[in-house]
Each structure stands twice: as structure tokens, then as C-alpha cells.
Design a protein around this ligand. Sequence first.
Ligand code: KG4
Ligand code: ZN
Length: 354
Amino acid sequence: MIVLGIETSCDETGVAVVRNDRTVLSHLVLSQIKDHAVFGGVVPEIAARAHLDHLDRLIAAALKEANLTFSDLDGIAATCGPGLIGGVMVGMMAGKALALAHAKPFLAVNHLEAHLLSPRLVADIPYPFLVLLVSGGHTQILIAESLRHYRLWGTTRDDAVGECFDKSAKLMGLPYPGGPHLEKLAAECVIPPAALERFPFSIPMQHTATTDFSFSGLKTAVRTVMDRLGAEGPIARKDLADLAFSLQCTLSDTLSLRVHQAMQDFRKAYDIPAPVFAVCGGVAANKTIRAGLETTCRKNSFTFMAPPLEYCTDNGAMIAWAGMELLQAGYTSPLTVPARPRWPLEGLAASVTS
Ligand code: KG4
Ligand code: ZN
């Protein structure tokens, strides 16, 4: 089986063709970062227009690269939410039109579910498994019980961890999107123990046995440090690198601590001899965070799974793969399916009409 996937929910236009043996036949991502950088964040109207300008060309290029035509496809999948509604509508309408024109099944994909299933693009992870979803808008610990059935065990009470990266990076004068830039800057830190001592941050709700998160306090702490450093004169690159390093360590430790708690809860709730933990979403591309979570897995005897870096941030391959899973499970979507700006994972099975 072969599925085409279309992703347009934020500022990346992604198109990919994926086969049911987990081979990605083609995978193209056009980033709009330059279009939005001057505004310091994603401008929904600009994003929607950019998707419209480039999507047709990318779909044609993805098929060409896979050496296929529409007639070779078994289904067409598109993100139908959650996300910036203008962009979602562009990708969804393109997918529906192609499905109708070529008489192929249409698969309405939930963007968050596609992130959650992206580790299964690497290997056939058995259900149930524990997942950490860390993206620009979400920080959630979930149990993937089966396709379309997810249990939320923890979420953020304020900002998402990606938002904390992005907002802190902005305060530090780094370009949008901040996460990858902050990671690069942190790598310039020369004496890590000195950086941690000089800019100590505490883990939010450190002594509470919770699987919830809170990141807005850390962002405020970064602002306070930046104000203090700025008052002393121009801020040296070395100081920023130390600050970035310490913040990244704290974010990583925070995620690992919560995941550790969730692993203990998982062991009590499920009798599974070889449990699996998977991380997904844009922030899962961060190497320090991945390493921290791998260590947490080792400590708790969980197998660590994560998609390759290029499938962590938004892309068409994860949409095509989610569509593949739905198609194989016998789901298809009517062309009347709506675009949803909000579409939570909990209650997902009940929220779809097919
Ligand atoms: O999953 P994603 O591409 O889009 C959403 O669905 O939100 O995630 C984007 C988020 C942004 O906050 C971005 O700064 C963050 O992922 N991100 C990173 C890294 N790469 C992307 N954060 C930290 N380190 C990275 N290497
Ligand atoms: Zn995403």
C-alpha cells in the first residue's frame, strides 16, 4: 500500500509518499521560516498563502521523486487539524480534491496523532506504549492504547516546552524558531559546570509527584537574567552560551523527571514485560533532551524509541504514515470532514465520523 501525505498546519509545507513496509519513497518539506522571521513568529495569513503558492508543485515533485503517478496511490492523507485554520484548509482541500479526482480514499489526519505515530514509522511498536509529545504548542504525556485511542496522563499548565525554547531564545536575541538556535548556542558553552553554577534554574514543581508541566516560570527567569546582564553592558556571546546551556539542561531534566514518574505509574497500570517509551514532536529533535530521555529509559528498563530528527519537526511523512495506519485499520474519511483549529487527542475516536 502507498499513501501520499500532506502537512500544512503551521509554517512547514510537507508532502511525502510512504509505503506500508515503512519505506519513505519521497519526503519534501518547504520551510517558510524566512517569510515569518521578520515578525518573530508565524503569521497565519502569510502561512496560508505560502502553502497555497507551493503545495501543487511539492505534490508533483514528491510523486516524481517516488517515481509514481496518482494511480499508484492507495490513499491520500492530509492534516485536518489542529493548527492554523487557513493553512489546514489549504492542505485539506487539496487532499480532498485529489482524492475525488483520482477516486482514492481520503484520510483525515489529526496532526497530534501523526506526531504520536511517527515513532512507529521506524518500527512496529506494540500498543500500549508511553509517549511524550513535545512540540511548539503541546507538552503531553500520553498512553497510546491503540490507534485513535490515547489517554492523557500529563500536560502543561501554561506554556509548551517548545514555546519556552522559542520565547527564551527571542529574549536572548536569537532568530525564530528559537529551539534549534538555542541548541546550537548551548553547544558553544565551554565549561558546563560553571554555566550551571552561574545561571542556576530550578525544575518547576520539582518536589511534586506529578506528570504535569509548567514552563512559564522558566521563561520569566530567563527574562530576569537577561535584564540583569543587559544592565551591566553589552552581553557577550559566551554569557549567552552559558545561559542557553543551563536553560537547556533544566528543560531536559524537567522532561526526564516527569517521564520517570510516568514510567513508574505505567508499570503499576500495565503488566507489560518489555515496555516502550517514545518521544515525538519538534523538541524531540533536541539532542540533549533525547539523551536525557534515553538515560531515563535505561534506568527504568524501558526501550527508547524516537523518529529520526527530520521526522520530529512537522513533515508530510508522518501524515502519510498516520494515513497508512488508518487505511490499514479500515478507516477512511468522508469528503465532508471539517477542518478543525482544535482537535484534542482524548476522545479522538468519538470525534471522527468514520
Ligand atoms: O512539531 P513542530 O515542528 O511543530 C508543532 O507542531 O508545534 O515543533 C516546533 C517546535 C518549535 O517550538 C521549535 O523551536 C522546536 O519544536 N524545536 C526544537 C528543536 N527543533 C525544533 N526545540 C529544541 N531543540 C531543537 N533542536
Ligand atoms: Zn507539529
